[in-house]
Design a protein around this ligand. Structure first.
Ligand SMILES: Cc1cc2nc3c(=O)[nH]c(=O)nc-3n(C[C@H](O)[C@H](O)[C@H](O)COP(=O)(O)OP(=O)(O)OC[C@H]3O[C@@H](n4cnc5c(N)ncnc54)[C@H](O)[C@@H]3O)c2cc1C
Length: 236
């Protein structure tokens, strides 16, 4: 989420059109970083490649998914990545293997001055009906458990090891709580939604309030999953 004062610096957008694809015989595929996650899962389905089904439920492109080690329902990017090609700040291209990427929960080695260009993934040979079944399961589970067709950034906080973030928020009595235009979704308490005119400040204030209340009720300090970047309006 970009704060209301914007970013004083250069940002680089990797568009979905940056999407070259190479398919190899040994269950491997090489993808440019702009290709959308949902298209990666379709491509894997077309090529009888299992292991990519979870991507059908994640918005964004594959570069962002690698940087964040995105995942859901027990699968994550770290399970399928073999090699990542990165453009370093000094212009050098460097290849990182899975271990060098230092993947952990919603985290990787990627810094903000590095750009993921492409990555090689390895899946396993599966039949199409099995893959389709798993993709449908991901999509329908998300439909019932998360708000849809609303402006949201997805999961706001990382799940602590012992308990889901939404449960902590819910049992702190915060379901539906609102600050300005930002509201805690009553459908999934770890999703904040923009009810129409939320500023980034509303959103950040709501998050800080939740962190405070959850710590007060449960003694657990939630950690932002959403990256907050840029300057607040008071700073410019
Ligand atoms: C409705 C909804 C549901 C979601 N569900 C899930 C879920 O189930 N699981 C999950 O893990 N996430 C989920 N998310 C969060 C988000 O979609 C993922 O983290 C996503 O993979 C991020 O990809 P993006 O392309 O949107 O990246 P961005 O949000 O644009 O960027 C994320 C980070 O990656 C960096 N980055 C992006 N591209 C590159 C690149 N090419 N090179 C270097 N750095 C890069 C950015 O600088 C930033 O730090 C959800 C979000 C929404 C809105």
């Amino acid at each position: 989420m970009i704060r209301d004062g914007g970013i004083s610096g250069v940002t680089i957008l990797i568009p979905p059109s940056f999407s070259e694809i190479e398919i190899y015989k040994n269950n491997k595929i090489k993808l440019s970083s702009g290709i959308l996650d949902k298209n990666v899962s379709k491509l894997a389905f077309d090529n009888n490649l299992g292991g990519f089904e979870f991507l059908s439920g994640i918005p964004g492109n594959i570069g962002g998914a690698i940087a964040m080690n995105a995942g859901c329902y027990g699968s994550e990017i770290k399970d399928i990545v073999e090699e990542v090609l990165i453009l370093e700040r000094d212009g050098e291209l460097k290849s990182y293997n899975n271990e060098e990427m230092q993947f952990s929960y919603r985290k990787s080695v990627i810094r903000k001055d590095q750009i993921i260009i492409e990555a090689t993934f390895k899946g396993m040979h599966e039949n199409k009906s099995y893959i389709k079944g798993k993709m449908d399961e991901v999509i329908s589970s998300k439909k019932v458990s998360q708000p849809s067709k609303v402006a949201t950034g997805g999961s706001t906080f990382k799940n602590p090891k012992e308990v889901k973030a939404w449960k902590l928020i819910n049992s702190s009595g915060l379901s539906g709580y609102k600050i300005g235009g930002a509201m805690i979704s009553p459908i999934h308490n770890n999703f904040f939604i923009n009810t129409g005119n939320a500023s980034a400040k509303d959103f950040e204030k709501l998050g800080e309030f939740v962190i405070h209340e959850v710590e007060k009720h449960h003694g657990i300090r939630l950690e932002w999953e959403i990256h907050l970047i840029g300057d607040s309006i008071d700073e410019i």
